[in-house]
Design a protein around this ligand. Structure first.
Ligand code: GLA
Length: 414
């Protein structure tokens, strides 16, 4: 039918064109992106990187129903929801036992998931949940192995909008079934992720599908094929500068794999956690904005300071992260502790970030901004996104001083 439609050219009837056009469009989409990754036909999930909050980085295994309700309330009262943080994601340790029919139930920390979901939705937010393709999750709770269709349906019945599916327990199975056979282990992993995707599709409820397998086997090459909207590219982040900057800056070279509906995920935010300084928190947020990374805050909102709130809710910075073109930024310059990254934006402007990973304050001294490389022939104008002040014309006189572990974030326009 497809070949026939291409060959028939002007002799095609209107009826026939109407019949084959969707097929041709679909083929064109598959051809250009390699895959079609939306969960439900006609619904574009994660058209921009998902934004929200996840329980793991602060609460870890202690998270309860009350923490989720408090967080939902605070997402609204602090303005975070209106800034774009709409997913409230419960990570590992909500799982209880399966009943005689194999249906999974929550443990006593979460007495009624449907009621919690209704509460979260009543606040104009969405609810996310966590599971594993293995028999056990990373924290040793029940995974979805052999119960994928049941679990997906349970999530849909609860009103879940987002699933993080974490490899963990499945690795034991891979090692047992395919010892020393990386190719077969890879096949098993892809099949397991595809299976849950099919189960989610079958429910008819759109759910964002987040793969968590720590970037194994160049996941960015095949994640959209198994239905993923985002995929972790690294091991776990920690609330310290070394780990955060190492993970973030290692994303260089991955920009071509990201785009609307399918994103690289260098892990959830640690902004406001640990002992990160305000400069380090701004560095973190700048880098995640450049990376078109999902922005899942992971801090304790009951104790959020105004300074941390201002970092998480900076409108200009969020606008770069959520830019509709979905071009992930990449590194254009590196020398000693200084790195310069750029990201082209939908309106033709360019986001430019300068990072100082070093222990000492430094100015750009003899490092010129690579403006020609960024496509600017004449001296362009720049806005400092953190201060929201014009920098004026960017030329050789622009020499910002970067304190230890800090970033300068500019929006450059012709
Ligand atoms: C893994 C993931 C984390 C978190 C924990 C939960 O370590 O990478 O993000 O989900 O499991 O057990």
């Amino acid at each position: 039918m497809l070949a026939q439609s291409i060959l028939c050219q002007r002799k095609c009837s209107v009826k026939m064109i109407a019949r084959v056009l969707p097929l041709l469009l679909c083929a064109a989409l598959v051809g250009s992106a390699g895959t079609v990754s939306a969960q439900t036909p006609g619904v574009t999930l994660a058209a921009t990187p998902p934004m929200g909050w996840n329980s793991w980085n602060f609460f870890a295994g202690r998270v309860t129903d009350k923490d989720i309700r408090d967080t939902a309330d605070l997402l609204v009262s602090t303005g975070m929801r209106d800034a774009g943080y709409v997913y409230v994601n419960i990570d590992d340790t909500w799982e209880g036992e399966r009943d005689a029919q194999g249906i999974i139930h929550t443990n006593k920390k979460f007495p009624d998931m449907k009621a919690l979901s209704d509460y979260v939705h009543s606040k104009g937010l969405k609810l996310g949940i966590y599971s594993s393709p293995g028999d056990k999750t990373c924290a040793g709770f029940l995974g979805s192995l052999d119960h994928e269709y049941q679990d997906a349906q349970t999530y849909a019945d609860w009103g879940i909008d987002y699933l993080k599916y974490d490899l963990c327990g499945f690795r034991t199975l891979q090692n047992a079934k395919a010892p020393n056979n990386p190719a077969l282990q890879n096949r098993m992993m892809r099949d397991a992720y595809t299976l849950m995707h099919k189960a989610m599709l079958k429910t008819g409820r759109p759910m964002v599908y987040s793969l968590c397998q720590y970037g194994l086997d160049a996941v960015w090459d095949w994640a959209p094929e198994v239905g993923a909207n985002l995929w972790r590219t690294t091991g776990d982040i920690q609330a310290n500068f070394d780990k955060m900057s190492l993970i973030g800056l290692r994303q260089a070279g991955l920009s071509k794999f990201a785009g609307p509906g399918h994103w690289n995920d260098p892990d959830m935010l640690e902004v406001g956690n640990g002992r990160l300084t305000l400069d380090e928190n701004r560095f973190h947020m700048t880098l995640w904005a450049m990376l078109a990374s999902p922005l899942l805050a992971g801090n304790n909102l009951t104790a959020m300071t105004p300074e941390i709130g201002a970092i998480l809710m900076n409108k200009q910075v969020i606008a770069v992260n959520q830019d509709s073109a979905g071009h992930q930024g990449d590194r254009v310059f590196e020398e000693g502790p200084i790195q310069i990254w750029s990201r082209s934006l939908a309106d033709g402007s360019v986001a430019v970030a300068i990072f100082n990973t070093g222990e000492d304050s430094t100015s750009l001294r003899n490092i010129p901004l690579p403006l020609k490389k960024l496509g600017f022939q004449s001296a362009p104008h720049a806005l400092d996104l953190w201060t929201n002040k014009s920098v004026g014309v960017l030329d050789a006189t622009y020499k910002p001083t970067l304190p230890r572990h800090s970033a300068v974030f500019l929006k450059v326009t012709k």
